[in-house]
Design a protein around this ligand. Structure first.
Ligand code: BG6
Ligand code: MG
Length: 214
């Protein structure tokens, strides 16, 4: 029986996946990489900031030192953080708030399990903090998805065994991470049909039967 649901953040609860894409595209173009596109961005879903940078840099020919790479990742994060300034509850994805409310009503615990170090700021801005029992994010972990660490930390914070948790994800790395952690999975988002989750839905408002999942 599912006693806790762990939600990825970017692209699952909030539309910040698009803001990540715009910030990386801006950086890529500044580096002379003009053909960075949405297909490349699909692979950035769920993976860490530095791993996302590598996906940009592999499209170009120039080699960068570790120090230069850190500066580039910081530059992207500055662009991204600027775009977060206008983030509001209107950017919560369809059905996300309703799903959190429904779970609370049923007595199912809720958490965020996100690779992002910006997760606390985002959750404050979109005002979902009161509907979440625990947060596990990029600030809590050293290994990124597909390593299960971020979800195992979330389960532990909830006081639940991994097998009693469902993970909701929009990324291949995230579905793999949940599976590696021994959790059930619900795939959502534009790639939901190709992620191989135990369950799938275009978004949280189109989940047909929560009873079947829980
Ligand atoms: C994930 C995103 O949620 O967070 C990735 O899907 C991103 O694209 C990662 O790279 C890290 O985010 P941040 O905000 O710490 O750079
Ligand atoms: Mg995501």
């Amino acid at each position: 029986m599912i006693r806790g649901v762990i939600f990825d953040l970017d692209g699952v609860l909030v539309s910040t996946d698009e803001l990540h894409y715009q910030a990386w595209k801006r950086l890529a173009n500044e580096l002379g990489i003009m053909d960075f596109g949405r297909k490349d961005n699909e692979r950035q879903r769920g993976v860490s900031r530095m791993a996302s940078l590598e996906i940009v840099l592999e499209k170009g020919t120039k080699k960068y030192t570790d120090e230069e790479k850190r500066a580039l990742a910081e530059k992207k994060n500055d662009y991204y953080k600027k775009s977060l300034q206008s983030l509001s509850p209107e950017d919560v994805l369809p059905g996300a708030k309703e799903a959190l409310e429904m779970l609370r009503e049923r007595g199912v615990l809720t958490a965020v399990g996100s690779a992002s170090k910006n997760a606390p700021e985002i959750l404050e801005r979109i005002e979902l903090m009161p509907l979440l029992d625990k947060i596990s994010c990029g600030l809590d972990i050293t290994r990124s998805k597909p390593d299960p660490e971020v979800f195992l930390v979330a389960a532990e914070k909830l006081g639940l065994a991994p097998e009693d948790c469902l993970v909701v994800e929009d990324s291949a790395a995230g579905i793999q991470a949940a599976r590696n952690g021994g959790m059930k999975t619900l795939a959502v988002g534009p790639l939901s049909g190709q992620l191989g989750g135990d369950f799938e839905a275009r978004n949280l408002s189109s989940v047909e039967n929560w009873d079947e999942i829980l």
